[in-house]
Write a protein that binds this ligand. Structure first.
Ligand code: NAD
Length: 418
């Protein structure tokens, strides 16, 4: 199959289990098992030294029954079609779980963004937008940031698309700078949403969040840093964080201001003086109360899941658990899982706010954005939790049941064309 990849297999396994539990119409299940369409492009880019390199890019629409497709754009060294397709499917479910009027998409370019200059990244982004010009649009498919992309990338996307259209189209992309029609609160939204979900989980577990709450974050990027900062603001102690080069661990708690200053100066956490170095694998073995994977997919293997020592596992990252790891987590009643499609839905939710504000050309205060985000995350958490209790299933299955149910109902209402 074109989509074959470890992440796609993991997502399908979980979907098939959900479909069986729900007794989903097999025609509906078959339709949802594969994406609706995919675009594969090769983008030639003139490098600073005058040579030309070709980069492989993908954009996948998994399902657009409930509205325009929405999903991030990743610039990462190992991006492939299967991974992008799996992430697009997760986006369909995620948007449905939090009740947004969107379908799911995802995109990516296979590139190590750290090895390109700013000018090279700009040419690559513009070339990629040109290649997928007819595939995206403010009413059909709206990209957003993901690993290796940021506000700057979104500005280039908005500009290229607008130049090609002949007029300004802010709603083509979300995660833009405020000055270009971005939403207040978007930058921190995913990490903040993860914490809102943790707050609700702690409530149902009767677990206080205070200075005794030890938090570990894998992946100290956009999502991980914001989640750590917000948890620290609630009084929790952040005892370990990591990036792609490895982690830093201080059982007495890290001073995040100093950590951020270090990262600003040195780009990576490596060498931070007031902590011990720890590998990314060993980081997942640290005993803590809340573990937040916020890096990449497939990090929690079966072995690591067996040795996980946390009370709450809150998935900032998409697909952080392997098939084996997920099987173990389902059996571990001592660990409360907040699955990716719920935990990290804050990003797409505020992206939706940004899109709505852009279309209306009327902007909200940060307080309004965060309040609305909290309401949506809280509602979604308790809806998923209710499915868990009623069907006696794990949280991941419960979230999938809710998401699939909403998409399947919409498909039924729309019927089959022609
Ligand atoms: P980012 O590029 O800002 O940060 C990623 C961080 O993870 C970096 O610190 C990087 O060094 C680290 N990392 C990468 N590979 C790693 C590895 N193998 N082990 C440990 N650390 C590693 O990306 P981001 O936007 O924060 O996204 C992180 C995750 O959250 C991704 O899985 C992404 O799909 C998911 N996500 C992001 C958003 C969003 O709004 N940005 C929304 C939903 C989900």
């Amino acid at each position: 199959m074109e989509w074959d990849s470890p992440l796609y297999s993991a997502v399908l396994e979980s979907f098939d289990r959900t479909a069986a539990i729900m007794d989903l119409d097999p025609n509906m299940a078959n339709r949802l098992r594969t994406p609706e369409r995919a675009l594969i492009v090769t983008v030639p880019v003139r490098m600073d030294d005058g040579t030309i390199r070709n980069f492989h890019g993908y954009r996948v629409h998994h399902n657009d029954t409930r509205g325009p497709c929405k999903g991030g754009l990743r610039f990462w060294h190992d991006v492939n079609l299967g991974e992008v397709a799996a992430l697009a499917m997760l986006m369909t479910l995620k948007c449905a779980v939090v009740g947004l009027p969107y379908g799911g998409a995802k995109g990516g370019v296979r590139v190590d963004p750290f090895k390109l200059s700013n000018d090279e990244l700009q040419r690559l982004t513009r070339g990629f937008v040109q290649s997928m010009f007819d595939f995206i649009g403010p009413e059909s498919d709206i990209p957003a940031p993901d690993m290796g992309t940021n506000e700057r990338t979104m500005s280039w996307i908005m500009d290229t698309y607008s130049q090609m259209r002949g007029y300004s189209v802010p709603a083509i992309v979300t995660g833009k700078p405020i000055n270009l029609g971005g939403s207040l609160g978007r930058r921190d939204a995913t990490g903040r949403g993860v914490v809102y979900a943790i707050i609700e989980a702690a409530k149902v577990l009767s677990m206080p969040i205070n200075s005794g709450t030890r938090v570990v974050v894998q992946g100290y990027g956009n999502v991980g840093e914001a989640a750590a900062r917000k948890m620290a603001k609630l009084g929790a102690s952040i005892i370990a964080v990591s990036d792609m080069k490895g982690g830093i661990w201080n059982p007495a708690g890290l001073d995040l201001k100093k950590v951020n200053e270090w990262v600003k100066q040195n780009r990576f956490l490596e060498g931070y003086p007031e902590a011990e170095a720890v590998s990314n694998e060993d980081l997942l073995r640290i005993e803590c109360d809340v573990m937040i994977p916020a890096a990449t997919g497939g990090v929690l293997t079966e072995e690591l899941a067996k040795n996980l020592k946390c009370r709450i596992w809150a998935e900032g990252a998409n697909g952080p658990v392997t098939i084996g790891g997920d099987r173990v987590l389902r059996e571990r009643e001592d660990i409360f899982v907040i699955p990716d499609v719920l935990a990290n839905a804050g990003g797409v939710t505020v992206s939706y706010f940004e899109w709505v504000q852009g279309l209306q050309a009327f902007f909200w205060s940060a307080k309004e954005v965060n309040q609305r985000l909290y309401e949506i995350m809280k509602k979604a958490f308790h809806e998923v939790y209710a499915v868990r209790q009623n069907r006696k299933v794990d949280m991941r299955t419960a979230a999938q049941v809710l998401g699939v149910q909403r998409v399947a109902e919409a498909m039924k209402l729309r019927g089959l064309f022609p």
